[in-house]
Design a protein around this ligand. Structure first.
Ligand code: PEP
Ligand code: MG
Length: 561
């Protein structure tokens, strides 16, 4: 038997066996580095190195495509930031050692980003990548990151920056293991997009060396060193089975032909363009705030109309659900930041921004209507963070007045789930955001990794609220979707189908597994699973109760046990 596995958080359902290729470590800066002999020249040198790093990153961005290219460009922009290089050069001019100055200044920015939380905190990794590249150049060390791969390998790293991930030689990358990071880090997102088995937060992977052979199992979040024949055979079987799943490109439906739309979550027009040939029935959540996270001023109607038109065109006649700006809390936007909020997740965020900046909503609705007119598409539009029936009604009035035909709201606040009938009387559809619904139901910050058990999507209270919403939809004959992360879990997807959810929206890579699970069960079976899960008193019991009713072949192929 192999030694006990290294555990972490898996991304995706894949598995692979291969030799480890360790990324180069980040350079350490000696605290007693000597002052430069010629501070002025050394300061100029620092400025020049920042520019070189920015140029290198930019040329890599140009060689890459899609999200990879975007994140590389964003990192290059950071390297070009005059505040960063300027402050470091100023310290060198005052006599500080160049590497030390870069480390100090970047450290201050990283602290600021981390304190801001959410999206900004995740960008701290990009900034650290700029810092490490600059310091490595200043110290004459090899660039930190992944070495050139001479054979198919499992890349193991303490952390990987988007720049590292972007330059991966994909033909030779079998999987990725990260000691730090989180399931929403860039590495995880990109690995998910590429369909590479990935395990993050695998702290003990620090002990892995180049050439060690490992089995990476994303479904179980494990890394087994020196796998035995049984483990290898299981990995091979999973790989073959998952490859087979991707050949089914049909619409989502149970074995007795009860349709459940399978949709994708996107954040940019490029994401939409990647779906042009993908086997999804449309977009169930277009997170429009993602477009404007770096913007300092409110996006214009023209800019927005162009982006929405691109997305609608890319999807052809397929369904596209556009969510109005969900700014605030974990997704701060510079142009609508509410200063001094003690509890931003409970503050003026999402739809509530209509109180502080009503023009944002008016402009966005006008832009969507314009994209609709220019493309001939008919987007559905929904608002986030609705808490009362009046808010739902006001939003519906505004959207319909702008010319939107199909108007909905998100169910993210328990109050709305409890009054779903009244809400559905005002709108055409609702979409349940289980990420926030869990946060608000369980009074648990969704960004706190250590409280992840409370945020478990199988919490009975959460299942009750989701079911109440879906039941209202069935009664009124209106669509109820789910677009939070829970839709990507094949077992949960069956339960959601059982309670009456009509569409499931997730990262495109998760669609084949969910489609496969649906195909293997009747609607009645899904209803039984839902009843079994809802009868349980704890989250683990709820999942176990549903899983016990899942077809054995599905359990094996998707490694659900
Ligand atoms: C959610 O809250 O579940 C959701 C889909 O929205 P977001 O994750 O963008 O807050
Ligand atoms: Mg949300």
């Amino acid at each position: 038997m192999s030694a006990s596995p290294i555990t972490g958080v898996g991304v995706g359902r894949g598995a692979v066996v291969g030799p480890v290729a360790r990324a180069h470590p980040v350079p350490r800066v000696p605290a007693d580095a000597p002052s430069p002999a010629d501070p002025a020249a050394a300061a100029d040198g620092v400025t020049a190195v920042f520019a070189e790093v920015a140029d290198t990153l930019q040329s890599r961005a140009e060689a890459a495509t899609g999200t990879l290219s975007e994140v590389l460009s964003a990192t290059a922009l950071m390297a070009r930031d005059a505040a960063l290089s300027g402050q470091a050069a100023a310290k060198v001019r005052e006599g500080m050692a160049p590497s030390l100055a870069v480390a100090q200044v970047a450290g201050q920015f990283i602290e600021m980003f981390t304190a801001a939380g959410g999206y900004m905190a995740e960008r701290a990794t990009d900034l650290a990548s700029v810092r490490d590249r600059v310091i490595a150049r200043l110290e004459g060390l090899p660039e930190p990151g992944v070495p050139a791969l001479s054979r198919p390998s499992v890349v193991v790293a303490e952390d990987l920056s988007p720049a590292d991930t972007a330059v991966l030689d994909l033909a030779n990358v079998l999987g990725i293991v990260i000691e730090k990071g989180g399931p929403t880090s860039h590495t995880a997102i990109i690995a998910g997009q590429l369909g590479l088995p990935c395990v993050v937060r695998a702290t003990e992977a620090a002990g892995l060396k180049d050439g060690d052979v490992v089995a990476v199992d994303a479904a179980h979040g494990t890394v087994i060193v020196d796998p035995d024949e049984d483990v290898r055979a299981a990995v091979e079987a999973r790989r073959a089975a998952l490859a087979e799943l991707a050949t089914d490109t049909g619409d989502g439906a149970t074995s007795d032909s009860h349709g459940v739309q399978l949709l994708a979550n996107i954040g940019t027009a490029e994401d939409a363009e990647r779906l042009t040939d993908a086997a999804v029935q449309g977009v169930g959540l277009f997170r429009t705030e993602v477009l404007f996270l770096d913007a300092q001023t409110a996006p214009t109607e023209d800019d927005q109309a162009a982006v929405y038109a691109r997305a609608l065109s890319a999807l052809g006649g397929r369904k596209v659900v556009i969510r109005t700006l969900d700014a605030g809390a974990d997704k701060p936007l510079a142009f609508v930041t509410q200063p001094g909020e003690e509890n931003p997740a409970l503050g003026v965020r999402g739809y509530r921004l209509v109180r502080a900046a009503p023009e944002l909503l008016t402009t966005q609705l006008a832009a969507i209507a314009r994209a609709q007119a220019t493309t001939g598409g008919t987007p559905w539009v929904m608002a986030p963070m609705i808490a009362t029936v009046s808010e739902a009604a006001d939003f519906a009035d505004a959207a319909r007045a702008a010319g939107i035909a199909t108007v909905g709201v998100m169910v993210e606040v328990p109050a709305i789930a409890l009054r779903a009938r009244d809400v559905l009387a005002e709108v055409d559809f609702v979409s349940i955001g289980t990420n926030d619904l869990a946060q608000y139901t369980m009074a648990t910050d969704r960004l706190r990794g250590e409280l992840v058990d409370l945020l478990d999507m199988w919490q009975p209270a959460l299942l009750d609220l989701v079911s109440a919403t879906a039941e209202a939809g069935v009664e009124l004959g209106k669509p109820v979707g789910v677009c939070g992360e829970s839709a990507a879990d094949p077992v949960m997807a069956l339960v959601l189908t059982g309670v009456g959810v009509t569409s499931l929206s997730m990262s495109p890579a998760a669609v084949p597994g969910v489609r496969f699970a649906l195909r293997a069960h009747t609607l009645a079976r899904c209803q039984e699973m839902a009843a079994a899960a809802r009868a349980a008193r704890t989250a683990p019991e709820a999942r176990a109760a549903a899983l016990a009713l899942v077809d054995a072949h599905v359990r094996a192929v998707l490694a659900l046990d």
